[in-house]
Design a protein around this ligand. Structure first.
Ligand code: BES
Ligand code: ZN
Length: 877
């Protein structure tokens, strides 16, 4: 028997000789026993003669006697010969005694399972209701976990219609993708049936059952939108509801298709592996990504909620209505939803300069994609267990960034028109990357496919070296890798540049390795005005590439920054490129520090926020690289950040902008992390006032974590008062955002035994599994302790945090702290027999990050002018 199944095993995809058209699903969860039972009747279409049906199922007990195939064709009765579960492939192979008749059949299967604790499939989440801890039942199916709830063809291309019926305790709210069609009460239970869904993929099916309150609104065209929260907390849903209503309206116009379902529910789930999930018509969120409390939440919380809601709602079109044909095209979902979410948030909150903040996305995409262990945007998926690992900065941030690049190349109008026709053409169906390029090509007349394939089919991106010789610009591309190893990619690069003014600009396409550009027309005014000449490539950083200027051009840009000639995006791009080039040892640390000095007059959040992250990256490295100079380097960085921090002060000014509020928190936190005594002291002073009076205004949510980290930095074994007070605040906090602020500061302590205590706390029942990663915010001082702790507890950790994103966080947060080749060998040795597909990619990437840092340190040690430059910069008034 097994031999006959052999060709179904280890396959990336299910055979498609039979396809599902309709699912009738019945589920009955037992919320106290954490069990469920159910049945599914699937209308299937047999397309080719076969004796087999192969579908997905995992962690389910299927009752073989219940399996029944009813064919509509009049044939001799067909009986089931065997059912086999192939655990490693999560498939169920049904063999019949003769070929199944072509056309429609009904396959019925009864099954049962456990409401698990893994935050995937059909799971339970714990919450407090009327003073008691109870369970709710929730689903999370993306990417490949619908099969843990009911047997199904669990691949995005097998779209079908779903008709769901639940039997649940009558006092509970029971939600699914569609509105309720009928509710029948029978004793303590009720049977709830929902309308049939439109054609959709299995990973978007959803169910939520528990006690909830809601608030609601309607879009102008009558779509009912609700935010469900824990009982009594609907106020916290108001902000998200407002963003949802506005986004839906905006997307309807942008995609030129109305929201396809009659209702949209959004629910906050207390235990949730990711940030949010775009289930069709029933979007689920972790609490801190949906709920906003006017008193307890911060400006950054507000922005995160807006971006998350806008992202998930964009998926209702991009992802749900038009779905990727296979996981190779995941980026079509995630890259697009990310990009579009900025479009929506920019329209709703123009004062947030969200497109300038978007450069954070580009930068994190570039950081990951500068590793040899990166992958192309379009990535081959050979097995279902590889899918979760590609929900990473390549699919999201690089994906979104190359879309921005194309958008800027083709122009907003043309791009929008093409997207609208793409959505119309593939609605209720599936599409591949090339289908999108074809539509864009038709609309624009440009060779979109060739241009974009160079960005989506090969990993990495180029650094463009620019040199100027009289009026000729020499450009040359080379693949950018952080550890400086060589690679041979070439890209079709949409180049933009401007010269001494944004009016003076040029656009062209670089198709070869190198080129010489005549820019005579742009630099007429170079002569005689030598000192004010500057040339910037990649105007407003719309391209996904870095630029390395020759010394003369670099000096011109430094002048332009100081003289405030550049856009915010360009100022960000220059420092971001320089710092990445420094890590890759292509720019010296002394030049990077001198460049940072040019930002000393800056006051804008978006730019300073990048200056802060570059500063902290340097500060973290110099302890290892040049301990003798590290204090002086930090002194310089403190000086750089102190001026704008002092301008803002600690207290919120009336009517101040969203961005200034966020800037204050970033600057003060950076000063604390750099060890600036007065900031640390002031943080501690405010903490004590706050501790005695939680309503005091000295520590608003925006700067609370600054004070928490300051307290932890001064905490010692003999004086653990600060640590214990923070635990008390954690225990008393009723709001996820506040709990996360505390968790994120506990390990920021120089004392190793306190770090160990803080890490052990993460493994207790007091911290939800979804939140533990926030507590892995260890500093260099705690990294050895953290690594020993990780090894010691690995068995428990790897069993408890099974989802790719969460287990990868443990590895990334701890492994990436190191900066030496010896440590790489030690870590590799430890994981040699422990590695699993879920975190293999994360481990390799973290190790490569360590290697990059080790290499950077060598580069910094050979920087001969460093001591002199640092003395000069640190000593300057
Ligand atoms: N589709 C994802 C959710 C998801 C992520 C499912 C990983 C399976 C694996 C959702 O749309 C998403 O992208 N959520 C983000 C938040 C968003 C604002 C970027 C998340 O969960 O972090
Ligand atoms: Zn998404």
């Amino acid at each position: 028997m097994a031999e006959e199944h052999i060709n179904f095993r280890g396959q990336p995809r299910l055979p498609n000789f039979a396809v599902p058209r309709h699912y009738d699903i019945f589920l009955m969860p037992d919320l106290s026993a954490c069990l469920f039972s159910g049945s599914v009747t699937i209308t299937i279409d047999i397309l080719l003669p076969t004796r087999f049906l192969v579908l997905n199922a995992a962690d389910l007990s299927t009752d073989a006697a219940s399996i029944c195939l009813t064919t509509t064709a009049i044939t001799d009765s067909i009986s089931l010969v065997s059912t086999e579960v192939v655990e490693e492939d999560e498939i169920l192979v049904l063999q019949f005694d003769s070929d199944l008749p072509l056309g429609q059949s009904l396959l019925r299967i009864a099954f049962s399972g456990t409401l698990n604790d893994e935050m995937r499939g059909f799971y339970r989440s714990k919450y407090e209701y009327k003073g008691e801890e109870i369970n709710m039942a929730v689903t999370q199916f993306e990417s490949v976990d619908a099969r843990r709830c009911f047997p199904c063809w669990d691949e995005p291309a097998f779209k079908a219609k779903f008709k769901i019926t639940l039997e649940v305790p009558s006092e509970l709210v029971a939600l699914s993708n569609m509105p309720i069609s009928e509710e029948k009460l029978n004793g303590d239970l009720k049977t709830v049936s929902y309308d049939e869904s439109p054609l959709m993929s299995t990973y978007l099916v959803a169910i939520v059952i528990g006690h909830f309150d809601y608030i609601q609104g309607h879009t102008p065209d009558g779509v009912q939108v609700r935010v469900y929260t824990q009982v009594g907390k609907t106020d916290q849903g108001k902000f998200a509801l407002d963003v949802a209503l506005k986004s839906l309206n905006l997307y309807k116009d942008y995609f030129a298709v109305p929201y396809p379902l009659p209702k949209l529910d959004m629910v906050a789930i207390p235990d949730f592996a990711g940030g949010a999930m775009e289930n069709y018509g029933l979007v689920t969120y972790r609490e801190l990504a949906l709920l906003f409390d006017e008193q307890l939440s911060s400006a950054i919380n507000r922005q995160d909620v807006a971006i998350t809601v806008a992202h998930e709602l964009a998926h209702q079109w991009f992802g749900n209505l038009v779905t990727m044909e296979w996981w190779t095209h995941l980026w079509l979902n995630e890259g697009f939803a990310s990009w579009v979410s900025y479009l929506a948030v920019d329209a709703i909150f123009p004062e947030w300069k969200i497109w300038t903040q978007f450069l954070d996305e580009t930068s994190s995409g570039m950081t990951l994609d500068a590793l040899s262990e990166s992958h192309p945007i379009e990535v081959e998926i050979k097995h279902a267990n590889e899918v979760d690992a590609i929900f990473d900065s390549i699919s999201y941030e690089k994906g979104a960034s190359v879309i921005r690049m194309l958008h800027s190349y083709l122009g907003a109008d043309c791009f929008q028109k093409a997207l609208a026709s793409y959505i119309k053409k593939y609605a209720y169906a599936n599409a591949k990357t090339e289908d999108l390029w074809a539509v864009l090509e038709e609309e624009s007349g440009e060779p979109v496919k060739d241009l974009m394939s160079s960005w989506t089919k090969q990993q990495g991106y180029p650094v463009i070296f620019v040199k100027m010789n009289s009026n000729k610009l020499h450009v040359c591309q080379e693949q950018f890798l952080s550890d400086c190893s060589s690679a041979f990619g070439t890209w079709i690069v949409p180049l933009t540049l401007c010269c001494s003014s944004y009016e003076n600009s040029k656009k062209l396409i670089l198709t070869s390795k190198s080129d010489e550009l005549d820019i005579d027309d742009l630099i007429i005014n170079k002569k005689g005005k030598q000192e004010t000449f500057w040339l910037k490539l990649n105007t407003n950083q719309t391209g996904f590439y870095r630029v390395k200027y020759d010394d003369e051009l670099a000096a011109g840009l430094k002048y332009a920054i100081q003289a405030d000639k550049l856009s915010l995006m360009d100022k960000i791009g220059i420092i971001d490129d320089a710092s990445a080039l420094c890590v890759a040892c292509k720019v010296t640390l002394s030049s990077l520090l001198s460049l940072l000095d040019a930002y000393s007059m800056e006051s804008d959040y978006t730019v300073l926020s990048r200056v802060v992250s570059v500063s902290l990256e340097i500060a973290n490295m110099v302890d290892d690289a040049t301990p003798d100079l590290s204090d002086k380097i930090k002194l310089f960085l403190i000086k750089l950040l102190k001026t704008p921090a002092e301008k803002l002060g600690w207290d919120v000014k009336e009517g101040e902008s969203h961005l200034d509020t966020m800037l204050r928190a970033e600057l003060l936190m950076a000063l604390v992390r750099l060890g600036h005594i007065n900031t640390v002291k002031e943080g501690i002073r405010r903490f004590h006032i706050f501790l005695n009076d939680r309503n005091s205004s000295v520590l608003p949510p925006d700067i609370r974590k600054v004070a928490y980290v300051a307290v932890m930095q001064k905490c010692t074994l003999s004086d653990k008062y600060g640590y214990e007070s923070l635990l008390k605040i954690y225990r008393e906090a009723d709001q996820s955002q506040e709990k996360v602020r505390v968790l994120g500061s506990l390990a920021s302590c120089p004392d190793k035994s306190i770090v160990l205590d803080a890490l052990n706390f993460l493994l207790t029942d007091e911290v939800r599994n979804q939140d533990a990663f926030h507590g892995l915010n260890v500093t260099n001082q705690g990294r050895k302790t953290a690594w020993e702790w990780l090894k010691e507890n690995w068995e428990y950790i790897s069993k408890t945090w099974v989802s790719t994103s969460l287990i990868s966080d443990f590895i990334n947060s701890i492994v990436s702290l190191f900066a030496s080749y010896e440590k790489i060998r030690e870590i590799e040795e430890f994981f040699k027999n422990r590695v699993k597909p879920t975190f293999e990619r994360a481990l390799k990437q973290s190790l490569e990050t360590v290697k990059t840092k080790a290499h950077w340190i060598e580069g910094v040690r050979s920087d001969e002018s460093l001591a002199e430059v640092v003395s000069y910069l640190a000593g300057k008034a």
